[in-house]
Design a protein around this ligand. Structure first.
Ligand code: AMP
Ligand code: GLY
Length: 424
């Protein structure tokens, strides 16, 4: 098979790395890819024009296109490929609203009695502020649309919540993604994420994982795309797993089918495990990044037939998927300053040394080849990942990998997995 992967981050490097292990695969292309991906897949520089990409895919007989990030999914890449009879993994534009509009996701949850925080949606800033003043409880204020994981602002005091509304609705800090805001009650508990492959009707749950969204140790600093992840997540005990499948995953998948929006692809459920049970914080319609970096190395089975089965509606024939028993940890090395503005073009050294450490794989995110050198080219630069017998060893090995790598102003969290370790 010839496979095209869309994207350029750590998640896409992990997808390409896993797909390359499939005996079914003859050649992998990646549009646009990064320096690490280019070692295993041919880079394609067509850009965001889906029709042009589909023309190219048709011309060289691509058998499967795997879409990594949410933006092309929300913009309808799967629809454009599908119209040409090209198989593309991921939800179509209508179904991708589950991530692309928080208000859409909330309405679906309410309609299907899925546990989540109570909320209100506003397009008018004065109305939103009036609500905050009368409501007086601690809230989270969210841009309705896609904002690269940064459109959620805590409003723990009335002033903070009002400022968040102004940032989103008035200052348009997230552009049109902030044409409306969802204001929801704050949920207290421990977060866990749940990843499921879906073929429109059948669901195949992955092992559990958890990321660390805040930029600095102790979950302080600013919200980022994710500074590290680990799998399994001990908070996700087996009775919670069953509860989430029954109360969240199947009602979501069936709820989408019932409104004519059959969901195919990765359903990522962000959960808060509260005293009253798990409640949904968000849905994503693709693998988490950096959750993919810890989930895919734990998958023993071939990923490619699973992705094809999602498209073909035959996932029920793959219930016997195998997992490695080892645990995985990923530490993200970011450019100094991220998620605020940062410099790029810093030379990265020590990649080979890091990968020679037992169990360590370095997934590239914001990197590019510059002559002889690999240099930084984004906020999140590398996902240093380790697989080991237990979580503690996986975390230690990942940090060994980090200590072998250098680039100027590199920043990483030193406490990835601390919550999980405190439970073991
Ligand atoms: P979201 O993109 O909606 O998952 O929000 C990003 C992050 O903000 C989550 O991972 C949580 O850490 C936090 N968050 C969002 N909504 C809430 C909520 N209702 N209560 C507590 N924390 C929240
Ligand atoms: N790591 C969180 C996300 O991918 O949305």
């Amino acid at each position: 098979m010839k496979i095209l992967v869309i994207g350029q981050g750590g998640r896409e490097h992990t997808l390409v790395w896993k797909i390359a292990q499939s005996p079914l695969v003859e050649k992998i292309y990646c549009a646009p890819g990064n320096a690490g991906i280019a070692q295993i897949a041919e880079p394609i520089s067509i850009g965001d024009d889906f029709a042009e990409l589909a023309d190219w895919a048709e011309s060289i007989n691509i058998d499967l296109t795997v879409v990594g990030p949410e933006n092309p999914l929300a913009a309808g890449i799967v629809d454009v490929f599908g119209e040409r009879g090209l198989k593309a993994f991921g939800p179509n534009k209508q179904a991708a609203r589950l991530e692309g509009s928080k208000d859409f996701a909330k309405q679906l949850m309410v309609k299907n009695n899925i546990p989540t925080a109570s909320y209100h949606t506003f397009v008018d800033a004065d109305e939103a502020i009036g609500y905050i003043k009368t409501n007086k409880t601690s809230v989270f204020v969210k841009a309705d649309g896609l904002a690269a994981g940064k459109g959620v602002i805590p409003g723990r005091t009335i002033d903070e919540a009002i400022q968040a509304v102004k940032t989103i609705l008035v200052d348009k800090a997230f552009g049109d993604a902030g044409n409306s805001v969802v204001i929801e009650e704050e949920l207290i508990g421990e977060e866990a994420s749940f990843t499921v492959l879906v073929d429109g009707a059948h669901c195949l749950p992955f092992v559990s994982s958890q990321d660390h969204k805040m930029s600095h140790d102790g979950d302080t600093g600013k919200n980022t795309g994710g500074m590290g992840a680990y799998s399994p997540a001990p908070v996700m005990m087996s009775e919670l797993h069953d509860y989430v499948m029954e109360r969240v995953v199947y009602p979501t998948v069936n709820g989408m089918a019932n409104i004519g929006c059959s969901f195919k692809g990765v359903l990522y459920v962000g959960l808060m495990i509260t005293d009253a049970g798990p409640k949904v914080l968000e849905f994503n319609c693709r693998f988490g990044d950096p959750e993919a970096q810890v989930l895919l190395p734990r998958l023993k089975s071939d990923l490619v037939p699973l992705l094809m089965a999602c498209i073909d509606g035959t996932l029920d024939q793959h219930a016997d998927v195998d997992w490695h028993t080892e645990s995985a940890a990923c530490v993200v090395m970011a450019s100094g300053g991220y998620p605020n503005p940062y410099q790029t073009g810093k030379i990265i050294t020590g990649l080979t040394d890091a990968e020679s450490i037992d169990g360590v794989t370095v997934f590239h995110a914001g990197t590019k080849q510059d002559g002889e050198n690999v240099v930084t080219a984004g906020g999140r630069v590398l996902g240093v990942t380790a697989l080991a017998d237990d979580l503690k060893s996986a975390i230690e090995q990942a940090y060994h990998g980090v200590s072998a790598i250098h680039f100027d102003d590199a920043h990483w969290r030193t406490d990835i997995g601390y919550r999980a370790l405190s439970r073991i």
